[in-house]
Design a protein around this ligand. Structure first.
Ligand code: ZN
Ligand code: ZN
Length: 247
């Protein structure tokens, strides 16, 4: 009797020491970060002819996607080049028709997480709320991530000796970070709801003046700008991975 009481007290203590994970942990997309479930990540890249993706950007994306989507076959496919002349008629809501036309997949495939990237000269809806790039979760025609890189705008920002490719890489990896689920942890997230990291050396930070100034010396000296997730962002994804593995 005494033994049972002891044992249940121990069990209770055991439970109490492992509180459930906070809700933000599961904001990471299990289809991308979990060790099981999906077996492939299919990233398709399309572009308007005047703004092709830079090789260095695709290489950077490959590095982070292979690391953060462990155990999955990650493919990055250069798919459709849209004619330069098509951009004029692709502004505003018309961009959705462009996406429907160039998206290589028509429906969900079992075990495949799909990410569709489109390079545009500028934000088709205007510059007000996102001028570098954008990451959206679309449910139609099937659930997937849709990323924009506004390459014409990025080119105009390639200052301080930065090449357009290096700026492209930071933008593409940043938008992919939103698809992964960054930044959800309130310990290092700006409180404006934008999902951005307070670490100015992290690619998930906001392009604020402080981040630019913090990085300016390095940019001038090396021609490089941060293009990877910081340790805390990577730890958040690991934490989600452990949570999904335990379920
Ligand atoms: Zn962002
Ligand atoms: Zn970070």
């Amino acid at each position: 009797m005494r033994f049972h009481a002891c044992l249940s007290a121990l069990l209770l203590a055991g439970c109490a020491s492992a509180p459930p994970e906070p809700a933000w942990v599961s904001e990471a997309d299990p289809a991308l970060v979990a060790l099981s479930g999906t077996s492939r990540v299919d990233i398709e890249v399309d572009w308007f002819a005047q703004v092709p993706p830079d090789e260095v950007a695709l290489e950077g994306l490959a590095v982070v996607a292979r690391r953060e989507c462990p155990g999955k076959v990650v493919t990055i496919r250069l798919d459709t080049e849209l004619p330069e002349s098509g951009w004029k008629s692709s502004r505003g809501g018309a961009i959705e028709t462009v996406l429907d036309g160039c998206r290589g997949r028509r429906e969900a495939a079992p075990g495949v997480a799909y990410v569709h990237v489109l390079y545009c000269p500028t934000n088709p809806w205007g510059e007000e709320y996102a001028s570098n790039g954008l990451c959206r979760r679309l449910e139609k025609p099937f659930p997937h991530w849709q990323i924009f890189v506004f390459k014409g705008t990025l080119r105009s920002r390639a200052v301080l000796g930065l090449s357009a490719g290096v700026v492209d890489r930071s933008c593409l990896v940043h938008e992919f970070g939103h698809a992964l689920g960054l930044v959800a942890n309130p310990d290092h997230r700006f409180e404006d709801g934008g999902g951005h990291c307070t670490d100015t050396s992290c690619v998930m930070t906001k392009p604020k003046l402080k981040a630019i100034l913090d990085n300016a010396a390095k940019v001038i000296a090396t021609g490089e700008t941060p293009w990877d997730y910081c340790d805390r962002c990577r730890a958040d994804l690991d934490r989600a991975r452990r949570l999904y593995a335990a379920r």
